[in-house]
Design a protein around this ligand. Structure first.
Ligand SMILES: *Cc1c(COP(=O)(O)O)cnc(C)c1O
Length: 392
């Protein structure tokens, strides 16, 4: 395949035209494919002849999405899944067995913590959590049985930034693999495989679609690792991406970089405005010089991301008042949409963990998280001002 740069790959990679020579990507909404003969069916099933068999295994629209995302992440291969959680599950099922150990950052997506703690644990997989970006703490958490190191960067909701190269080195010293959930940055801001990660997982439901329409996920990495380990699980267990969703996501990728660029610019402007607001205690955004890992974020990412968290003065009452006074922002825990969202992490995304664990993680009662979309930043500030008070 031709090597395109990022912007060209986003619109032109993965295209394989049918006999009709359509210009836009075709949607192959079919569960199975027909064969010329019994012999061809046998050869396809055996894997002796390339070609499509059944959409739980492969589908041309899903293939197009996989090729395009692989080009953007600079990955040898990509396997699409039904959701972000099924991408994470596929990695765990493919690479872990009873007795293995996982080291994860404590700030990963809530369902990932549930998956490790309530499901993988039933099959004899143990997990240790690290709650600091300091590589020494990660090295100390490693055991002889550690097979996987898992992280998200920046973390949700406090936007802590982890050094992917340094933590890949920690994993590799012990023969473990590093998996990065690249949902918050997308390949438009950071390509973890180029920094040393072994696998990247995505919730395509978020920024890759970017318009809040469909569920999807993906696993990316070296071809043999994916084809020999992840694909057999997916083909057999079945959390495959629907061709319809693949088609929607394929079109989402075309505008990914310009959406991310605009949403990150909006987030930086909002973060600066919040930082100067008298009723805001603290702002968490890697693009601000006040952020503890600002320098690392600027080295590792092309922009600081579109999620801004901030602590209002006055605890839960004040935070809820800000949410309830908005008239434009969507009150939802989702993110990655063109529509900006606002959430109170302590009582929603992090409501099920104990108060002590929340305090340890720094999720205070006054904390709010805004995922910046594509509305005018002025409009977002005005909406927050209703409950936050005017900034003279
Ligand atoms: C949403 C999300 C997931 C899970 O993705 P789904 O598509 O909802 O299954 C995983 N990781 C992160 C960081 C997320 O934000």
């Amino acid at each position: 395949m031709q090597e395109f740069d990022f912007d060209t790959a986003a619109v032109r990679s993965g295209i394989s035209r049918s006999q009709f020579n359509e210009h836009a990507e075709a949607l192959y909404l079919t569960s199975s494919f027909v064969f010329e003969s019994a012999a061809q069916a046998a050869a396809r099933f055996k894997g002796d002849e390339p070609g499509y068999v059944y959409s739980r295994f492969t589908n041309p629209t899903v293939t197009a999405f996989q090729e395009r995302l692989a080009a953007l992440e600079r990955a040898e291969a990509c396997i699409a899944t039904a959701s972000g959680m099924s991408a994470i599950l596929a990695c765990f099922m493919a690479l872990l067995r009873a007795g293995d150990h996982v080291v994860s950052s404590s700030g990963v997506f809530g369902a990932t913590v549930q998956l490790l703690g309530t499901i993988l644990s039933k099959f004899g997989v143990e997990t240790s959590y690290v709650d600091t970006p300091d590589p020494a703490a990660w090295r100390a958490a490693m055991r002889r049985e550690t097979k996987l190191v898992f992280l998200e960067t920046p973390s949700n909701p406090l936007t802590e930034v982890f050094d992917i190269g340094a933590l890949a080195a920690v994993a590799h010293e012990r023969g473990a693999m590093l998996i990065v959930d690249n949902c918050f940055c997308t390949p438009a801001l950071q390509q973890p495989l180029l920094l040393g990660a072994d696998l990247v997982v995505h919730s395509a439901t978020k920024y890759l679609d970017g318009q809040g329409r469909v569920m999807g996920g993906a696993v990316l990495g070296a071809r043999t690792l994916l084809m020999d380990n992840v694909l057999p699980f997916l083909r057999t267990a079945g959390p495959s991406l629907s061709p319809f969703n693949a088609w929607v996501l394929l079109k989402g990728l075309e505008t990914l970089r310009i959406r991310m660029q605009a949403q990150c610019a909006g987030a930086l402007e909002l973060a600066r405005w919040l930082e100067s607001h008298p009723n805001v205690q603290r702002v968490f955004y890697p693009g601000l010089a006040s952020h503890p890992q600002h320098a690392l974020a600027m080295r590792q990412q092309r922009a600081a991301g579109a999620v801004v968290s901030f602590e209002v003065k006055g605890g839960r009452d004040a935070a809820w008042h800000v949410i309830d006074s908005t008239s434009m922002l969507s009150i939802t825990a989702n993110l990655g949409d063109t529509k900006s969202t606002i959430t109170h992490p302590a009582t929603t995304t992090h409501g099920r963990i104990s108060a002590e664990a929340r305090a340890r993680a720094g999720i205070t009662e006054g904390l709010l998280r805004v995922a910046v979309g594509l509305e005018s930043v002025r409009g977002i500030c005005e909406d927050l001002e209703r409950g936050l008070g005017k900034q003279d």
